[in-house]
Design a protein around this ligand. Structure first.
Ligand SMILES: [Zn+2]
Length: 419
């Protein structure tokens, strides 16, 4: 049975007793339409990973309009701006990512149907950017000052081969961040405070290559070697807890020389993850062994040439874990409870929060959408049919608002929950 500490509970009650906070929660509810409008405006400004510039420029203008100071785009392409706190308060990062998994030309508009907005990227993570705008509006409308300094950031290169790159750059350049808040879960009821580690590799099998008939028997075949390796990997079993996964996500071989040739090269891409670093290392060595074996078996069969394997790391996501009784997690738990939402403790996670957690910065990842039933939970992110449930979406903003204030503290009222 999960128990929240007395001190966190007291602070939460104190916060909820402040008139400006209650006004803020009301304001957010009324601001729903504006936030949805922002979301629709943002989603059509496409931002594939590594190509976030246009969306970044738009967010920078918005951040300025909404009163942030020192708004700029940093060396990592992240848009960042500050809302000052008291001198000695903690520094709090609040972020959502700019990039989406879709190439340019995918988003043609937003359709609205039966309470959902449809557009690739409409939730992940466009909604988070719109939510940050909403948070800035409510802070302005209520005039709430915080003890801690708030650093609003729209990060680049979260997805895929970006491997949380924008966040990595940001935290590299800001070693003084005390608390990190991410918005990147689909469903707001999920409490994500653990970080799944993972790696992505590309392996190229190389041989000689020749005519499918004429050269047959005179050489080993790289595509066959790759297939042997993949067949071995396919047979792996991994623990369910700590959850561990593996996937050959890409398999490519053959050249323009066409269908009657032994291809000189074949390449595979592999992604593997685990909530335990130890399991990840175990799995990695098994995968690498399968690759060597695949190449060796194919080479041994023909005994003419040797297939070589070149391994290249494409990405790395750091991991780590925090206590479920971290006051920040407790604050998020109480926030959800106050909204009549039953918190679900997420197992692992793979968001920008990973970078903060791996650096031992107290961190949590919050959700974008109010999704009380199976249908609304099915948001299909990373698919071109992605959709976002509109009704009650303001609750996700209310949750971020409450957690942010708990993290930042309000002068004369209460200190940061992490102090
Ligand atoms: Zn995301």
């Amino acid at each position: 049975m999960y128990q929240v500490s007395e001190s966190t509970k007291k602070q939460f009650e104190k916060m909820m007793g402040i008139a400006a906070v209650r006004e803020g929660l009301e304001f957010i509810k009324k601001d729903q339409e504006q936030t949805i409008a922002d979301q629709k405006e943002l989603v059509v400004i496409e931002a594939p990973t590594f190509h976030e510039e246009t969306r970044a420029a738009f967010v920078a203008e918005k951040f300025k309009e909404l009163g942030l100071m020192d708004v700029h785009i940093d060396r990592g392409g992240n848009v960042t701006g500050i809302r000052k706190g008291n001198k000695n308060g903690p520094k709090i990062l609040i972020e959502g990512h700019l990039d989406t998994v879709f190439p340019f030309g995918t988003v043609t508009g937003v359709t609205e149907k039966e309470g959902y907005l449809y557009a690739p990227g409409i939730g992940d993570d466009t909604r988070a950017l719109a939510m940050m705008f909403g948070i800035l509006r409510v802070l302005h409308a209520t005039g709430i000052q915080t003890e801690g300094e708030l650093i609003f950031t729209a990060t680049t290169r979260e997805e895929g081969a970006g491997s949380l790159g924008g966040m990595k750059d940001f935290l590299e350049d800001h070693k003084d961040i005390d608390i990190s808040l991410s918005i990147d879960n689909n469903d707001m009821s999920m409490l994500v405070f653990e970080a799944t580690c993972g790696e992505t590799w590309e392996v190229t099998f190389k041989g000689i290559g020749g005519h499918a008939y004429g050269a047959f028997g005179k050489m080993a075949q790289p595509i066959h070697a790759a297939a042997r390796a993949v067949a071995k990997i396919a047979e792996f079993t991994v623990p369910e807890d700590p959850k561990t996964s593996f996937c050959v996500s890409n398999f490519h071989g053959g050249t323009e020389a066409g269908v009657h040739a032994i291809a000189p090269e074949a390449a595979i891409k592999i992604n593997f993850r685990s909530n335990s670093k130890e399991e990840l290392e175990k799995l990695k060595s098994k995968i690498f062994q399968a690759i060597e074996e695949g190449a060796k078996e194919e080479s041994d069969k023909w005994q003419k040439d040797r297939i070589t394997c070149e391994k290249k790391q494409l990405g790395e996501v750091p991991g780590g874990t925090q206590s479920p009784n971290l006051p920040l997690v407790e604050a998020a738990y109480l926030g959800l409870k106050s909204l009549d939402i039953e918190p679900v403790f997420g197992k692992g996670g793979c968001t920008n929060a990973n970078v903060a957690i791996s650096k031992k910065i107290p961190s949590i990842c919050m959700g974008r959408a109010f999704a009380p039933d199976e249908k609304s939970k099915e948001v299909r992110n990373h698919s071109i049919n992605e959709r976002f449930p509109v009704e009650g979406a303001y609750k996700a903003v209310q949750q971020v608002f409450m957690v942010l204030l708990m993290a930042a503290g309000i002068p004369g009222e209460f200190d940061s929950v992490m102090r």
